[in-house]
Unconditional design. Sequence first.
Length: 107
Amino acid sequence: MKLDADLVVLSACHTARGQINSEGVVGLARAFQVAGARSVVTALWAIPDEATEHFMELFYDNLRRGHPVADAIRATQVAMLKGQGFCELINWGSFKVFGANGVISEN
C-alpha cells in the first residue's frame, strides 16, 4: 500500500500496540508510516468513547488553527486536563504521535 498522507489518526483503543523488537514497536502505526504517512496519531490504552470524541473535536480544531500535529496533541491534552468532565489522565493521556510534527494543510 502506498499513501501520500500528512496525517493518519487511529483513535481506536490500543492502536499504539505492537511487537517490540530491536527496531522499536512494530505495529499498526509503523505500518502506516512505512506506507507513506508522515504522522500517525495512536492510543496507548482504552479511552471512554465520550472522552475520545471530545479529544478529537479539540484536536482537529487545534489542527485547523495551524498547530503542528504534536503541538495540537499537547494543546488538546492541556485543555482537557484543565477542563470540566474529562480532566482525568485516562481520558487524554493515551494519545501519542509517531513521526513528523508537521502542519497539516487542508486540501
